[in-house]
Design a protein around this ligand. Structure first.
Ligand SMILES: Cc1cc2nc3c(=O)[nH]c(=O)nc-3n(C[C@H](O)[C@H](O)[C@H](O)COP(=O)(O)O)c2cc1C
Length: 188
């Protein structure tokens, strides 16, 4: 695909086919993701990969239960929104995806978050180019950063999970979405 087509046609995918994603495909997407720029070319990223719908469903259920508990008595407007979103019993936080990639920084070093975000975006664009759908699951980030979750997944405590990305072959591609016009201030 042309770059512009990839940019226009990438959409967050929330319904996946059961077809597994092969490890070599995930590796190829990661190999492209690391072409992203990073501060001082420090490349402070790692990729933790979980394959298999059932395993991911199990993580999803536990992350959701943890989040429901976390926002239950939180008085902020953001928590109220999350409560509403999570209230749907059939909602799967990780959308029954067959693959999960956690883009992570090996330490909480300054600027590593930005670098990991760029790698995550490059991963998502590269996936779209390969006909694979992705969705960034920011809601699950705090759960993946729990010590107990990291211990279970053999992720070192010092690692900062930045971008949980689910991926798989879409049941259908969402339509291209219009964006609000950019607010541009030309400084004369
Ligand atoms: C940092 C970040 C966090 C996000 N977290 C979630 C999430 O937890 N759950 C979800 O369904 N979508 C999540 N998304 C996807 C956004 O909702 C989506 O990108 C936005 O609605 C625009 O739609 P599009 O990606 O299809 O263009 C997240 C996206 C970003 C960039």
């Amino acid at each position: 695909m042309e770059l512009r087509e990839v940019l226009q046609q990438r959409r967050s995918v929330r319904t996946y086919q059961d077809t597994p994603i092969e490890p070599h495909m995930v590796q190829a997407l990661i190999d492209t993701a690391i072409l992203a720029p990073s501060a001082r070319n420090s490349q402070p990223w790692e990729f933790w990969v979980v394959l298999g719908k059932h395993r991911i469903d199990d993580l999803s259920d536990r992350a959701k239960a943890w989040l429901v508990e976390k926002v239950a008595h939180n008085p902020t407007a953001e928590a109220a929104q999350q409560r509403q979103f999570l209230a749907t019993p059939e909602l799967s936080l990780l959308y029954h995806a067959p693959a999960l990639v956690l883009v992570a920084a090996p330490s909480f070093e300054k600027q590593a978050d930005e670098d990991c975000c760029l790698a995550a975006l490059t991963f998502m664009l590269s996936a779209r180019d390969a006909g694979i759908g992705t969705c960034w699951i920011g809601l699950a980030r705090p759960w993946f950063n729990q010590s107990a979750t990291k211990a279970e997944l053999s992720i070192p405590e010092a690692t900062s999970i930045v971008a949980p990305l689910v991926l798989g072959y879409p049941r259908q591609w969402p339509k291209t979405q219009e964006r609000n016009p950019a607010t541009v201030h030309w400084i004369g």
